[in-house]
Design a protein around this ligand. Structure first.
Ligand SMILES: [Fe+2]
Ligand SMILES: [Fe+2]
Length: 202
C-alpha cells in the first residue's frame, strides 16, 4: 500500500504540467510490443509459450485497467465540460471493447502463431487510439481542466489500482520513461521504495 500512498501524495503536489497519458501509454506500448515479440518466438516451445501467454495476460490487464480508469474517472468530468469530446472518447473506447474482449478470451485457447497475429491486429487499433488521445484529446483536456484537477485524476487512478498491478504497470513504464521523469518519480516515493523499484528503470 505504501506505493499507492506515496503516489497519491504525489498527486497532491502542484506541478505546472501533470502527465495525463504520456507515461502510461509508453508503458502500454512497451507491454504490447514485448507480448507480440514473445509470442513470435514461442512456436511449440512449452516454456516460451507459457511465458508469452503470461506476458500477454498481464498486458491485457494493463490495457483493460487503464481504459477503466479513463472511463470511471476522466470521462464523467469531460462529459460535464465538453459533451462533444466526451462523445468522441466514449465512442473510441466503445470500439475497443469488443476487440479487447475477443483477444482476452483467446489467450489460453489459440496457438501462439495465431495469437501473434491477433496481438498485431490489436496493436494497430490501440496505437491509433493512444495517438488520438495524445495528439488530439489531450490538447482539449488541458484547456478544460486545471493542473490540480489533472493531478487529482492521476492520484485517483493510482488509488484504485491494486499494489501488485501498480508494480506490474511500473515494470513496463519505468524502463521507457525519460531519465527526468524517472528521477522525478523516485523523488516523490520513500527512499526505501525507490531502492526496490529502481532496478525496473535500469
Ligand atoms: Fe483511452
Ligand atoms: Fe489512454
Amino acid at each position: 500500500m505504501r506505493l499507492g500512498q506515496a503516489l497519491r501524495s504525489e498527486a497532491n503536489m502542484t506541478t505546472q504540467r501533470p502527465d495525463i497519458f504520456t507515461n502510461v501509454h509508453k508503458g502500454i506500448r512497451n507491454a504490447l510490443f514485448q507480448a507480440c515479440m514473445a509470442l513470435g518466438r514461442a512456436g511449440d516451445d512449452a516454456e516460451r509459450n507459457q511465458r508469452a501467454r503470461e506476458q500477454l495476460r498481464q498486458t491485457l490487464r494493463f490495457v483493460e485497467h487503464h481504459g477503466d480508469n479513463e472511463d470511471t474517472l476522466l470521462l464523467p468530468l469531460i462529459e460535464e465540460r465538453d459533451p462533444v469530446l466526451f462523445a468522441r472518447m466514449h465512442s473510441a473506447h466503445g470500439g475497443l471493447a469488443a476487440p479487447l474482449r475477443a483477444l482476452t478470451s483467446k489467450v489460453d485457447t489459440t496457438t501462439a502463431d495465431e495469437l501473434h497475429l491477433l496481438v498485431q491486429d490489436f496493436i494497430v487499433l490501440y496505437l491509433d487510439h493512444m495517438r488520438e488521445e495524445e495528439r488530439v484529446f489531450e490538447l482539449r483536456i488541458r484547456e478544460l481542466f486545471s493542473a490540480e484537477e489533472l493531478q487529482a485524476f492521476g492520484g485517483k487512478s493510482v488509488a484504485r489500482t491494486l499494489p501488485a498491478d501498480q508494480r506490474m504497470m511500473l515494470g513496463f513504464m519505468l524502463p521507457v520513461m525519460t531519465r527526468e521523469d524517472v528521477d522525478d518519480f523516485f523523488s516523490r516515493v520513500p527512499a526505501e521504495l525507490a531502492e526496490q523499484l529502481r532496478p525496473l528503470a535500469a
